[in-house]
Design a protein around this ligand. Structure first.
Ligand code: SF4
Length: 353
């Protein structure tokens, strides 16, 4: 190494050492990736934290659908992933700040994420938190009032730096003390991605991910299902992982307070549904005609409900509408047959969740 090279290395190390360290909430989407890039450009050391919930799986290839681990590796930053399980479901039963347009409790959800990032910040000796939030991009959680509430709830006032919209917010501690150069930050606001896409180009992000599809809790159809599930739990009961995963498949029908029916929509769903059958479930399938499987989930086996479910399963099979056909019923290690008519479509629709 030449003398000038070693002098440059020493200067680089000295400037890095004098820079604060930040913890970034990384989803793998474009906004949080850009936020990290902007910090790395300023020579800031970053550790990332990625949050997974039962409704938002960053590796699922849909919904939020970003490959966060690959993004962190491309950015060359350490990544910690955190799973919110039961504590998230507990919050979802009674979110302090309510829901958005679906069953999305965004203020409570972001508060949990901020808390987790803050914990990681304290553990790793970092001084601030970076997010890819853009002012007014999302109606429930990215407006000044909501962001203020989230900071107050999590005692993070002055610690959250949002590089994409920083100039629209009061300066954070790290900007005030000169650790981050505010002049290089942006003031993006709203839902347009124009500025983000030109930043992506500037940073050489060749294939910027699409805008996040959002988590399942913002999906109207899924919201109906999770709301129905929550409404039929006991006061202190939480849904199981199996209950939640089942919500992502098939057609759902509420038959009674204690009973719901899930019917597969195609062969691949039928296959997946079988893997979710639990001890007390009743499995129903047409005996002599091709068709879907039905899972009757209940904690009270009642013949009338099994018959009703059988009529519904038959309706979605190739059995004739005008004659009785048989279904095979499997329950508690035993199988039996039942002969009945398919239910009328209008009656089925009244039960759909
Ligand atoms: S959209 Fe979903 S993951 Fe995002 S803040 Fe709202 S509830 Fe949380």
């Amino acid at each position: 190494m030449s003398k000038s090279d070693s002098e440059k290395t020493t200067v680089d190390q000295a400037s890095k050492q004098s820079k604060p360290k930040g913890v970034a909430l990384l989803s793998g989407g474009l906004d949080s990736t850009l936020a990290v890039k902007m910090m790395l450009e300023q020579g800031i050391e970053i550790e990332a934290i990625a949050i997974k919930t039962p409704f938002c799986d960053f590796d699922c290839g849909k919904g939020c659908g970003h490959k966060v681990k690959e993004v962190a590796s491309d950015l060359n930053i350490p990544l910690k992933t955190v799973y919110f399980g039961k504590e998230y479901l507990r919050m979802l039963k009674r979110p302090k700040f309510g829901f958005g347009s679906g069953m999305n409790p965004c203020i409570d959800c972001r508060s949990m994420m901020y808390r987790s990032a803050k914990e990681h910040m304290l553990k790793t000796g970092a001084e601030f938190i970076i997010t890819g939030e853009v002012l007014h991009q999302r109606p429930m959680s990215q407006n000044p009032r909501a962001l203020k509430i989230i900071e107050e709830e999590t005692h993070t006032k002055g610690m959250i730096l949002r590089p994409l919209s920083a100039k629209s917010f009061p300066a954070t501690y790290v900007e005030i003390n000169g650790g981050v150069n505010r002049g290089d930050l942006c003031n993006i606001s709203g839902r347009s991605r124009k500025t983000q896409l030109s930043l992506a180009k500037k940073f050489g992000i060749l294939d910027p991910p699409n805008a996040a599809g959002g988590c399942l809790l913002t999906d109207p159809q899924f919201s109906k299902r999770i709301r129905d599930l929550m409404q039929h739990l006991q006061v202190d009961e939480l849904p199981s992982d199996n209950d939640i995963e089942l919500l992502k498949l098939g057609r759902h029908f509420r038959l009674s307070r204690f009973t719901k029916l899930i019917i597969g929509r195609n062969e691949s769903e039928n296959f997946k549904l079988r893997s979710f059958i639990c001890e007390f479930d009743v499995l129903i399938e047409a005996k002599d005609f091709p068709g879907p499987i039905g899972i009757l989930r209940t904690n009270r086996y009642e013949h009338s409900q099994v018959e009703k479910a059988s009529q519904m399963v038959l309706r979605y099979s190739d059995s004739p509408r005008e004659f009785e056909s048989e279904v095979v019923i499997s329950h508690d290690g035993k199988t039996s047959n039942l002969s009945t008519f398919p239910m009328d479509t209008r009656d089925i629709e009244k039960l759909r969740i």
